[in-house]
Design a protein around this ligand. Sequence first.
Ligand SMILES: Nc1ncnc2c1ncn2[C@@H]1O[C@H](COP(=O)(O)OP(=O)(O)O)[C@@H](O)[C@H]1O
Ligand SMILES: [Mg+2]
Length: 268
Amino acid sequence: MAQTIVVGNFKGGVGKTKVSVMVSWELAYERNKKVLLVDMDPQGNASTLIARSTGVPEINTSIFDGFKNGSLKECIVEVTDNLHMIPAQVSFKNLPKFLYQNVKEEIDQVSYLKKLLDPIRDDYDYIFIDVPPTISDFSDNAMMASDYVLIILQAQELSLEGAETYVKYLQFMADNYDANIQVVGVLPVLLRPGGRVDMSTIERATEIFGEDNVMKSVIKHLERLKAWDITGITNNDQHDKKAHRVFLDVVDEMVEKLDHFEEAGKYE
Ligand SMILES: Nc1ncnc2c1ncn2[C@@H]1O[C@H](COP(=O)(O)OP(=O)(O)O)[C@@H](O)[C@H]1O
Ligand SMILES: [Mg+2]
């Protein structure tokens, strides 16, 4: 059964989509895992990046069709044997309207994605969900459907804002809907060029999230990662290899943590 992970932070432009895509990519291509990447963002940035990188023809399915039909099976794009994705299109912005018109109970509205994923969880080792930065039906559905959250920490910003809000909201979801989601790690990301990790931010994050939760791996600022938005993900030269290495380190650390949680869970 897949472990389902949402990449979270209530802020835009902090690297959520890049992390969701690259972690899925490395697990599928370099660690031989079966991965499903679910695009819950109507902007469809994750879908576009995967399509551009793999040359899958124009994507004409959308996760919204799955919501309307009550099954996600028909909207899965099989990029490779190991990497599948469920793409999003802009029309998916109407999800809130759809939920209010078609689903009566509030708990069923926020649990809709969870219900749709349940029949396909056995087909994968990992399911990653990329979400928009707003507190919305999109993020609520992603949280309810996930076992774990990988929290993005802006490690240069002297502020834990997006990450802290996320944790408060996790608590809200647990209190109101019995959401059962565990923090798998807090991942420092460097957004600006030439910067280094601000240690006071890391220290504060350690106080808030606990020492074990702040990851040793750090996503550096790499121009190549930005370039991939245009060229697609490549693996040709030293800059490519360096960029892949960064995410392989994240993946290996995360898998170790996940295995540890699963082991511990067995004896609860
Ligand atoms: N580590 C990084 N180094 C350089 N650019 C990055 C890095 N991570 C993300 N970016 C770029 O920053 C922008 C925002 O990243 P994105 O993953 O879309 O953020 P979010 O999903 O949180 O809005 C994109 O142009 C992306 O290519
Ligand atoms: Mg995004």
